[in-house]
Design a protein around this ligand. Structure first.
Ligand code: DQQ
Length: 569
């Protein structure tokens, strides 16, 4: 039994990792090929990306003195991972961006082989500090910090690395290649600061805890904040408070108190997926205990069930919200990346808050993105019978924002749910958008070619289970492109919703090679990176569809063409 369980975990890990674009794969021959002349066919218009080359994790996002800062892992010399620096862009609205010179780059013995991920903390004295992982001369991972050279520069262009770096090195016997990605710091009631750093001991993933009185000298705590066996290396941990009662209002990272829960998110190097738990932070013990409603392992809740990794949140004091940035890696091949001269995008920043049920988080694209909405079309009260798929005409289907609410008269026709179907992705692969059901599949056909040789459906399917209905949400890339050799997964997640009003809603942000979708007001989110060969630019179509025997109603549908931001690097 145990053997079978371990075997199934290993098969799962391999099937995930096999397809994922590992960020640390090294291709020396491509690492420093400067590519100025990029192929723009699949470049996104309103998702953040630099002019060229490789990008991965968002780093140290923050709001400081009227400006949003986004740093990110970047290869200044090629479209594959390598030569990693902290690129730096600034914005007043997180829609229009101005790119600056890299803020942190290898210069010292303690970071000469790379400036890897980390976080920013704005101290109460209104001074930002960046913590990041440096790769030293002997390829050890060390934690360092950097401060702005000139606080009166509104863009904080230059950063200096104080003399007492590094501030944390791996302990004797500790794995020096599994010690990275410091979090934003939080302050305890004792006035001391805390950060956690991702790590592992054998296969036990963990967050090493450090404390400091002055933000300069850091002492490692005897025990990690949290650890879980058999999860492997924990990359890019994120730890922050959320409120049970404040709705969408975000909390500063140091907030503690009555109705506050905490979230611990980790990025699993083994599967290249993230998961989070909601739980309780015990400040007097400096331990985090996940609630028993959160699965604490690789089958746990995800911010996004698709191409989404190494994410990071920050507290936005301007609009009192918490914002999530996530990196969407590629689904094309390394050779495609080299040929197109770029790889990786950042997804639209999302406001993130606790569901009033206390069991999961909710996410929604930041409101600022709506400033890019242009030409609009609407539909309402439209009946969709089995096999109907009316086209949504009048918007640029390659670059659109679509919001739709579906309703169904009853749940009677829902198919029976087999309790062994615990893997949403397998279920979605098996019951794709073309396999007829009872209630659903229904949703949007995005990035579709004229004769439907290519399409990426984003849809729901409702099942009847013993205790309650089960809602499956899919973003299925299996038919997204005629090109072979692409990664075309049937990404999927379940949606925890009670369906008492017989309605489900969906929003998709479509942007040339990405479809970022939000099911039921942000309960389940899925991103697909896709590379159609026919459904490109003006040859893209967009449909709403129903393939279930129950007739549905599109209560209302709003779709907008999306403009390009005025400035994007
Ligand atoms: N990538 C970074 C690391 C991090 C990993 C290096 C996650 O700091 O652990 O580019 O994608």
């Amino acid at each position: 039994m145990v053997y079978l369980k371990v075997l199934s975990i290993l098969i799962y890990i391999f099937s995930c990792a096999w397809h994922s674009h590992g960020s640390h794969e090294i291709y020396p021959e491509y690492q420093s090929l400067d590519i100025d002349d990029v192929n723009t066919t699949y470049k996104t218009a309103y998702h953040f990306q630099p002019k060229n080359h490789w990008i991965n994790n968002p780093n140290g996002p923050m709001y400081f003195n009227g400006v949003y800062h986004l740093f990110y892992q970047y290869n200044p010399w090629g479209a594959v991972w390598g030569n990693i620096v902290w690129a730096h862009s600034v914005s007043k609205d997180m829609v229009n961006w101005e790119s600056l010179d890299p803020a942190i780059f290898p210069s010292e013995t303690y970071d000469i082989n790379g400036c890897w991920s980390g976080s920013a903390t704005v101290l109460p004295s209104n001074k930002p500090v960046i913590m990041y992982t440096g790769i030293d001369l002997t390829i050890r991972q060390l934690q360092n910090y950097a401060v702005p050279k000139n606080l009166s520069d509104p863009y904080l262009r230059e950063w200096v690395k104080p003399k007492n770096n590094p501030i944390a090195v791996p302990d004797k016997g500790e794995n020096a290649s599994a010690f990275r990605d410091p979090t934003t710091a939080w302050k305890g009631k004792d006035g001391h600061w805390r950060i956690v750093v991702g790590g592992k001991r054998d296969l036990r993933g963990m967050t090493h805890l450090y404390r400091s009185k002055d933000f300069k000298n850091w002492i490692k705590a005897k025990h990690p904040l949290h650890s879980v066996p058999n999860t492997g290396m924990w990359e890019c941990p994120d730890f922050y408070p959320v409120s049970l009662s404040a709705g969408k209002t975000g909390l500063d990272t140091s907030m503690l108190g009555g109705d506050i829960k905490h979230v611990l998110k980790v990025s699993l190097d083994l599967t290249r997926y993230e998961y989070y738990t909601i739980g309780t932070y015990l400040p007097e013990k400096d331990r985090y205990v996940p609630d028993n409603t959160s699965i604490d392992g690789w089958a746990g809740l995800r911010y996004d069930y698709g191409n989404f990794y190494a994410s990071k949140t920050f507290y936005d004091p301007l609009k009192i919200r918490r914002i999530l940035w996530g990196w969407a890696n590629e689904s094309d091949t390394r050779d495609d990346d080299v040929a197109k001269g770029w790889a990786g995008i950042q997804l639209i920043p999302r406001t993130i808050w606790l569901d009033p049920n206390g069991k999961q988080l909710l996410q929604w694209p930041i409101e600022e993105i709506e400033s890019l909405r242009d030409q609009k079309v609407e539909m309402s009260n439209l009946k969709l019978q089995k096999g109907d798929f009316p086209e949504i005409k009048g918007v640029t289907a390659a670059q659109a924002d679509v919001e739709v609410v579906f309703s169904f008269p009853s749940l009677e026709k829902a198919e029976n749910f087999d309790e062994s179907w615990d893997n949403a992705e397998n279920l979605c692969a098996q019951k794709g958008s073309q396999v007829q059901g009872g209630i659903g599949p229904f949703g949007l056909l995005t990035l579709a070619s004229e004769k439907l040789e290519e399409f990426t459906p984003v849809f729901f399917r409702i099942f009847k289970a013993q205790k309650k209905n089960v809602v499956l949400m899919c973003s299925n890339a299996s038919r997204s492109s005629l090109s072979p050799n692409l990664y075309k997964p049937s990404f999927a997640g379940f949606v925890d919703v009670d369906l008492t009003d017989n309605k489900l809603s969906l929003r998709s942000l479509i942007d040339n090679s990405v479809v970022e979708s939000f099911g039921e007001k942000g309960k389940t989110c899925i991103t697909s990176r896709v590379y159609p060969s026919l459904a490109i630019a003006d040859n893209v179509h967009l449909y709403v569809f129903n393939n279930g025997s129950e007739t549905l109603t599109v209560e209302n549908l709003h779709a907008w063409s999306m403009k390009r931001p005025t400035t994007m690097n």
